[in-house]
Every structure is written in C-alpha cells, then in structure tokens.
Design a protein around this ligand. Structure first.
Ligand code: IVH
Length: 703
C-alpha cells in the first residue's frame, strides 16, 4: 500500500468514527464515546487534513459542528448567532518550571494587550453542564425558544421549554425592551438527576448517562408532557436585543444579569467578578473545590470581560468571542483498555472484580484500576479482557467502568466468569441467594480477609490503634505474627523490631537501624503503647471493630444500646435481633451467623482474655425521648458543634439520624454550604431547620 492510500484510509476511518459519534450524541442523545475521546479524534483528523490538503472534503466533520436537527422539530434561524467559547485547560502534568495555567494567562494577556488595560474586570461564572438555549420575548411574553443547533440554526423547542418552571412565560417588573433574547443553560440539577435515575433503576427503565444528557434528552422529547415530568432548571447567562448585535440593556454584563434577575430570570448564584488572571484563577480553584457540593453539574468556569464597550473592542475570531474563554476541568471520562480482570477480597470475604487498565489520565489522576462492583455488574456491562471501555472518576469516588465501546472489541474475547476459588487462599468462592456479592469462604484463614479485618479492627473509628498502618499489618501477616486481631495484644517490642528487620531484608533496603547508627525503637514503643491503650473502649466500638458483615457504626451503636452487654447480644436469636430498630432479617442473619461461628467466638474470647474491656449498661429496648421514631438528616456544616456531636445529641433524644433524605425524613438540619440534600428536602417538601432551631431544641431538653 502506498503511503498516500494509507493516509486516505486513516482519514476515512476517522471521519466515519466522528460522524457516528456525532449522530449518537446530537441526534440520539446517547453518546458512544467520552467528549475527550471525541476531541482527540477530531484533532487527529484536523492534523491529517492540514498535512494533506488534497484529502480535504466538503463533507468532512471538520467542516461543520454537530449534526442535522432530528426530524420532528422545526428549524429556527437565530437572529443573532449563538457563539461558542474557546477552551483553556490547566495542565495537570506540566513539567517543573512551566506554568500549568499558561493558557488562561495567555488569554488574559491577549485581552489586556487588546484593550491596553491592566487587570480588567471579568464576570466569572460556573460553566453549566446542560444545553444552551435562546429564549425570545416580545412585549414581555415568551414567544419562542430554540436550541443552539449549529449556532446559526437550531430547533424550535418552545412547547418543551414552556414546561420548565424556571423559565418565565411573562416578564416581571418594567423597563424591558419590546424584543428581548435571553440566552442560558437548561440543566438537570443533581438531586433531580439522582432521583430520576433511582426511579429508573427501580422501575427497570433506562437511567441517564449524565445530567447533560438528561437535559438534552428531555428537551428533545416530542411530547412536552414527558419534558414536564423531568426535573429541569434554567440559568440565564447572556442577553441580546435583536436584530442589533451591539444593542445592550446595561453597560456591563454583570449589570445586565442583575436586570434579567429583576425581570424574573434565574442566574447562577455562584457568578462573581474577578480582576486579572490571578482573580480568575482563584475563582477557578474555589469553584473546583466546591464542585461536588454544588447542586448542579459543571464542567469548568467561564471568564467574560465584564464591560460591554471592552467586549466590542475585542470582537470575535471565527465563532468565538475574544473577550471570553471557558476554563475547563480535566475530563472525568476517558477511554482505555482492560488488560485483566482480577478479584479483590474484602474484609468480609466479598470478592470484587477489579479491571486492571492500561494507565490513563482521568480528571487529572493516572488511573490503573477500576472497580466492577460485582459479577452482575460485569455481566450487565459485558466487560471482557481486551475490551476498550469508558472509565469515569468524579471527585473522590473510586474510578469505575461506565461502559464498553462495542465497536472496539477485539476478536475472540470470552465473557468473564467469577472464579470458583479464592486467588489468595484457595477456599471456595460462594454466592448466597439474593446477595450481590460472592464471598471467599476462607474467613481469617484467607490472608486477604485477615489483612482487611485487622485493618478495620485497628481503624480510627473502631479500636483506634494509632500508627498501625496498612504496611505494618501486611508485614505482620506476611511474617506470621498475626492470625487474628487478638494476636495484636500479644505483640512485644521485640516482635515489632524483628518484623521490621525481616521486611527490610526482604525489600533489600538499608535498615534504618544501621543508617541511624543506633537502634530506633520509638515507633515500636508507640505501637505497643497504642495497642495497650486500645484495650479500654466501648461496646459499640468493639462491635463495629469485629467487622460483622453489614454492621456499620450506626448498627453497632444500636445493638450496644439495645442489648447493653456482649453476652446478651451473643445469646440473641435471629427473631430477637429483628426486634432491634433498623435490623432487618438479612442483617439479623449475618449477626447470628457471625456469633455462631466457632472461629469468631474463639477470637472474641481471646480478645477479652487479652484485657479488651468496656463498660456494660442496662439494655435500652425502645427509643425514647421527644424525637423517638423520627428520622433526621444533617447537611452542611454547623458552626457550634461537629456533625458527630449533633448526631449524638439527636440520638440521645431518640431520633434516628439518617444519611439521605426521603419522604420519611421528619426534618433536615441545614448548616453552611448545604448541598444536594437540602435541594432534595425542598423538592420533597420536607421541613428544613437551621442551626439556631436545632440548638433551641437541644437546649430545651437540657443537652
Ligand atoms: S457564554 C459567547 N456562559 O458553554 C458566549 N456559556 O461554548 C456564549 N455554557 O454551549 C456562551 N455555562 O451552553 C456561557 N455561564 C456560561 C455558560 C455557558 C455553560 C455553555 C453554553 C455553550 C458553551 C459555550
């Protein structure tokens, strides 16, 4: 094959892939590849066409943006084109000595040079992750709404937009011009998106891929009743007075937005003003840090020169203004290849399939593993070794495989199956009826379960053994010092020093003892002390530390209160256990099975013999107090007490403190920067308390 034909083929392949992706994204609202991957294909094709002008074709996807409007909607020609924004990124692995934010600084420098002004004012706004729309008002009435489309022509979605409650059908106040065009973003707030997807999963429907698709898909419904049933919202971010593209309602953008608010348009509460590049970057960091707590999804922030006369002076290049830029967060989804699927054994033996990935940068971090949750999930996604997949990492959550890219599946792959035996200890892996997780049946015989069990036992909210990190636990197990958590209480100073020596020999590192020229033993002294100190605790911490499947801190506390003593709990039948508040039959089964298991009883006896103790109390069978039986949710941060303190005090009054808002919630206590839980409470009409009201209640009951 000549080089010429190879290049031509490459261009055809890229165009095909981009056209397909466009169709899936714009027409079907069902994207096949992540945005970053789409951008990469587009850049590759652009580079190819630039290097080989003879390949340029009038129908290449590089010549137009987006796709035809789907049939069913009438086309609308925008009186004033809807522009797009140039993008800037922060380079998350910029080499030392280079500025990771140079793209933003370059933009600000161009603005400053263009205007001859130092540190001009920018209107800075979250970049909402929804769908751009244009709303036309004539004599104060909403007459037409359209999608952006290709910027010149969009689709008439007036009927659907009329169902979005955030969009005023009639303007408030006065002083509005006879013809007004407001631009902004229709989006699906996070709480609405979560609730919608939870309902779809319950009812066997199709969940939305992300809030952006939720907004786009909802607006492009042919039946406005369907749109009306979707939780959509709207924020305005621009305004025009057609037909004159230069006509304005104020002398600057921020003032125009304030006017729009007065006429009834919501604008984003996080909008602000910043000065120069430093001000813009500080805003970017602030919004980035708050991103996961915002009630709506964003994919970056936008910087706009605030003064309209300055905007006019700067003008446009191609389809984007010179006076604005989108500073985007690193993409949260990327495509990569599954190199293997391994099993990870957790504390209670749960066998979790984990995809080992070809390393890929996601949201600024290199990802090499992603959880596949359980065998059902692997089957649902049909992930196979060799597959190209989309990996997502949002905020602090564990990276996960979102979907397979079927077009890229290599030949001869096999569906994945849960292995029959534990890769660590060889015990059988079994799955109980009705449970999502398959489990290694090895218990503490399994080194992986032992490591996780001891790590959990020693953790801060359990026995709180300060300084006993994962590394030490792993080495103590590797050198056979620990067969169960009870063995911790037998460890001596010499054991720790010997363990460290052996680990250093194994790893071929120069022993610290030699480096220092003397024997450093402080760390080991501290560990021996921390282990001894952990002997005196509470029953609830001890129960939590045991790592009974499904028993978290809240249940451990309820069990401790209900039974008062370990012996009473260990004697309880399954039926008696289900009498405990919030203990259902499945959890009761786990608890009874745990205490029936001779190996577990042996560990408990050994722990008590080693001196682990707590104060036992009289059983408290019923939640009593003024809040008995009422479910309370805490959100945001309180000023005068920590969340744990507030929880303890509410529980002392008989309340159950839950983690999520539902119709059963009696009230939500909302502190500073309360997020989606507050939104959800508002949506469900749940009573909302502020901190003062909570304090007043606590005070009136003497706590
Ligand atoms: S201003 C000429 N402001 O970003 C400037 N756009 O490429 C026009 N977007 O599709 C846009 N939040 O949907 C602007 N606060 C904001 C925005 C925003 C989201 C979207 C918009 C458009 C894209 C710009």
């Amino acid at each position: 094959m000549t080089q010429q034909t190879a290049v031509a083929r490459q261009a055809t392949t890229l165009r095909g892939a981009i056209d397909d992706a466009n169709y899936r994204y714009y027409v079907l609202d069902d994207p096949s590849i992540p945005d970053a991957e789409y951008d990469r294909l587009m850049r590759e094709l652009e580079a190819l066409e630039a290097a080989h002008p003879e390949l340029a074709a009038p129908d290449s996807p590089t010549r137009h943006v987006g796709a035809r409007p789907a049939s069913g909607f009438v086309e609308v020609r925008h009186a004033i084109p809807m522009l797009s924004l140039s993008n800037a990124f922060t380079d998350t692995d910029a080499p030392d000595g280079t500025d990771p934010d140079h793209e933003v600084r370059d933009f600000v420098r161009r603005v400053e040079q263009g205007l001859g002004v130092h540190e001009p004012e920018f209107a800075v706004e979250p970049k909402l992750d929804g769908l751009a729309i244009s709303l036309r008002y004539e004599n104060g009435l909403f007459v037409q709404g359209a999608t952006r489309g290709d910027g010149s022509t969009g689709e008439d979605v007036t009927a659907n937009l009329r169902t979005v409650k955030a969009i005023p059908l009639k303007l408030r106040g006065d002083g509005w011009p006879a013809v007004l065009e407001v631009r902004g973003e229709v989006f699906m707030p996070r709480a609405g998106f979560d609730a919608y997807n939870a309902r779809m999963l319950r009812e066997g429907g199709k969940p939305l891929a992300n809030p952006r698709n939720g907004a786009a898909g909802s607006l492009r419904q042919l039946d406005p009743h369907v749109t009306a049933s979707r939780p959509l919202a709207f924020y305005a971010y621009g305004v025009n007075l057609p037909p004159d593209p230069d006509a304005v309602i104020a002398d600057r953008h921020s003032a125009a937005m304030a006017k729009l608010r007065g006429w009834g348009f919501p604008t984003c509460p996080q909008n602000a003003i910043a000065r120069g590049a430093d001000g813009c970057l500080a805003y970017f960091r602030k919004i980035g840090a708050a991103r996961n707590d915002l009630p709506y999804g964003i994919d970056g922030v936008v910087y706009k020169v605030d003064r309209y006369d300055q905007q006019r002076e700067l003008g446009f290049v191609a389809r984007a203004p010179r006076w604005a830029i989108a500073h985007k967060f690193p993409a949260e989804e990327q495509a990569t290849v599954v190199e293997a699927i391994d099993i990870q054994i957790g504390r209670t033996g749960a066998a979790t399939p984990v995809a080992r990935l070809k390393p890929v940068q996601v949201a600024g971090v290199t990802v090499t593993n992603a959880t596949l949750h359980n065998a059902d999930q692997v089957a649902r996604l049909d992930v196979r070794v060799g597959d190209s997949v989309i990996v997502r990492r949002a905020g602090d959550v564990i990276p996960e495989v979102v979907r397979v890219i079927p077009e890229r599946r290599p030949a001869h792959t096999e569906p994945w199956k849960m292995p029959a035996h534990c890769p660590i200890c060889g015990s059988a892996i079994e799955r109980e009826e009705g449970e999502a997780a398959a489990r290694c049946t090895g218990g503490l015989v399994c080194a992986a379960q032992r490591r996780e069990a001891i790590r959990h036992f020693a953790s801060r909210r359990a026995m709180d053994i300060d300084g006993l990190g994962e590394r030490y636990i792993e080495d103590l197990i590797a050198f056979d010092y620990l067969h169960s958590p009870a063995d911790l209480y037998k460890l001596t100073l010499d054991d720790f020093l010997a363990m460290k020596r052996r680990a250093e020999e194994r790893d071929g590192v120069i022993p610290e003892t030699v480096k220092a020229g003397k024997i450093a033993t402080k760390w080991a002294d501290n560990l021996v002390d921390a282990i001894a100190a952990s002997k005196a605790g509470t029953l609830e911490r001890f129960l939590y530390a045991l790592g009974i499947p499904e028993v978290g801190e809240a249940t451990a506390k309820t069990l401790a209160r209900h039974f008062g003593s370990l012996d009473a709990l260990m004697r309880a039948s399954e039926a008696e256990l289900t009498e405990v508040n919030d203990v259902g039959p499945i959890m009761a089964g786990h608890i009874a099975a745990f205490f029936a298991e001779p190996r577990n009883r042996k560990v408990i006896v050994a722990l008590r013999n080693a001196g682990v103790h707590w104060k036992e109390t009289a059983p408290q069978r019923k939640a009593e107090g003024p809040l008995a039986g009422r479910v309370v949710v805490l959100t945001g941060s309180l000023l005068s007490l920590t969340r744990d303190e507030a929880k303890d005090k509410l529980e002392a009054l008989g309340a159950k403190v839950a983690g999520s808002v539902s119709r059963n919630t009696a009230f939500v206590v909302a502190g500073e920067s309360a997020g989606s839980k507050l939104e959800k409470a508002e949506a469900l009409g749940v009573e909302i308390w502020d901190e003062a009201r909570l304090l007043a209640l606590l005070k009136s009951h003497g706590t």
